[in-house]
Design a protein around this ligand. Structure first.
Ligand SMILES: [Zn+2]
Length: 484
């Protein structure tokens, strides 16, 4: 009886153990890979975190311990890390520890390949600088190789500093577009058209025909490359040609960008020639509408500010270039007050001398306090918005970029917060505007693709482009500044 009982007992224990082990195994599998758990957590391409997610979305401006789920190049969810991890899963996760996650910066005005003229001529008046250095150097050196090398160098610099979208108003747009395609950034590429001879062109007619040709070939071809038109300025393009440009922009449904009211000399010149101030001159030609965004606009009068607001014209503020060329202080606070969509830009590196948007951010936040003698002018939040969503609005791209928002393209940057100059932290937006530097940008993502990780640029052969840029620099030095 006893042995019988113990035999049954042993069998019972073995059976119980087997059931327990099987159950525990199932439970362990369920923890990691349960089909019903997987159904609950939607798979996505990437999850990116941030101790702070600065969204530029008024509904949820800053999310602490936040994360963003990305799929198919787009933002599919923005929330706290806990909620994102409960709803989404991904093999690719970028930690947000010690970092802020925010929209990539939008550089609304540049002539990017001019990085190869960086430091060629400084501390000169505009006329001397243009006539004796920049125009001769452009005439002699700007060819396809120059643009390829300059654009690649510029992409390296912009990616390193957290710019994800830029406007390029320069020459050889096909070469520029190919470089942008390779380096992974987003760009509005606007070949510059001018009434005088320019690299590769005799004057307006052939330059503008080539620009139209470029627009036709690139419109809708690559979602990251937006072709645009760029009549240079009211003082270098005749009224007839300006009319032609705006008509073409409407016909082909592309943006139009122009230098406008940059200097007092321009205002006097346009007044003398056409009996109108520069913005009014464009209005008289029927050229102002929401597809237009103007660079500089340093010297508009009050009625011109109201006019630009009414017409939906975007303005790109380039504080560093305006300071360096002593153009003046654009009335940005009045423009913001009037409801104009204002973005920020670096202008070309020959008048800056870099493509650093953080400098543009900080200068904007500082100089207008000085000119208005009012420390509450353009607070940090307003300026950070200009560098992201404001720029996207001015460019007509706010339905695609500029904010960390569901449905927008995943153009995001992570900024490292662990440096001495960012410690301690009371207000993340204050740090981004008044203390952060381009070197603090750690990760850059455009269209859901990582272009820079832990400060390593992944899409540019930096060693090779540096070699090529130095070589071109030596050739320019020998020709333009032989005395050095
Ligand atoms: Zn410019």
């Amino acid at each position: 009886m006893k042995s019988q009982f113990s035999k049954y007992y042993r069998l019972l224990v073995i059976f119980a153990c087997t059931v327990l082990i099987a159950f525990a195994g199932q439970a362990a599998i369920a923890q990691n890979n349960s089909p019903w758990r997987n159904q609950r957590r939607q798979p996505v391409e990437m999850i990116v975190g941030g101790d702070f997610v600065v969204t530029m979305n008024d509904a949820q401006p800053v999310i602490k311990n936040g994360a963003v789920a990305l799929n198919d190049g787009k933002i599919v969810a923005v929330d706290t890390q806990d909620k994102i991890m409960a709803s989404y899963r991904s093999a690719k996760r970028l930690s947000g520890e010690g970092k802020v996650l925010m929209p990539g910066l939008v550089n609304g005005h540049s002539h990017t390949a001019m990085v190869l003229f960086r430091g060629l001529a400084d501390d000169l008046n505009l006329e001397d600088w243009l006539q004796n250095y920049i125009f001769p150097a452009e005439g002699q050196f700007v060819n396809e190789n120059f643009i390829r090398v300059g654009e690649t160098l510029a992409c390296w610099e912009m990616i390193s500093g957290g710019t994800t979208t830029f406007v390029d108003m320069y020459f050889k747009p096909d070469v520029a577009a190919r470089v942008v395609d390779q380096c992974g950034l987003r760009a509005v590429i606007a070949p510059s058209s001018i009434d005088f001879p320019s690299p590769g062109f005799r004057g307006w007619d052939d330059a503008f025909a080539a620009a139209i040709d470029f627009v036709k070939r690139w419109k809708g071809r690559n979602p990251r490359i937006i072709p645009a038109l760029a009549p240079h300025a009211p003082y270098t393009v005749s009224p007839e040609h300006l009319r032609q440009a705006i008509q073409a922009a409407r016909q082909y449904d592309v943006p139009l960008t122009i230098h406008l009211a940059e200097t007092q000399t321009e205002v006097q010149d346009i007044q003398q020639r056409y009996n109108a101030t520069p913005v009014q001159h464009l209005e008289n030609l029927g050229s102002l509408d929401p597809r237009v965004f103007a660079a500089h606009v340093v010297w508009p009068n009050e009625s011109e500010i109201a006019l630009m607001a009414r017409r939906g014209v975007g303005v790109i503020h380039n504080p560093e270039s305006n300071l360096k060329l002593a153009s003046g202080f654009a009335p940005i606070p009045a423009m913001v007050q009037a409801g104009i969509q204002v973005g920020l830009g670096t202008d070309g590196a020959a008048s800056n001398n870099d493509l650093d948007m953080w400098e543009a951010i900080r200068l904007t936040a500082l100089i207008h306090k000085g000119t208005t003698l009012n420390p509450t002018t353009l607070p940090a939040r307003t300026v950070l918005r200009m560098a992201t969503l404001g720029g996207a609005e001015a460019l007509g791209l706010a339905d695609k970029i500029g904010a960390v928002k569901v449905g927008l393209q995943a153009d995001l940057i992570q900024v490292d917060l662990t440096s001495a100059h960012l410690t301690p932290l009371y207000d993340v937006i204050s740090h981004l505007v008044y203390a952060a530097k381009a070197e603090d940008v750690d990760t850059v993502i455009v269209d859901g693709k990582v272009l820079m990780s832990e400060r390593k640029v992944l899409t540019v052969d930096t060693k090779q482009v540096r070699r090529e840029a130095i070589k071109i620099g030596e050739q320019i030095q020998a020709e333009i500044r032989p005395s050095n």
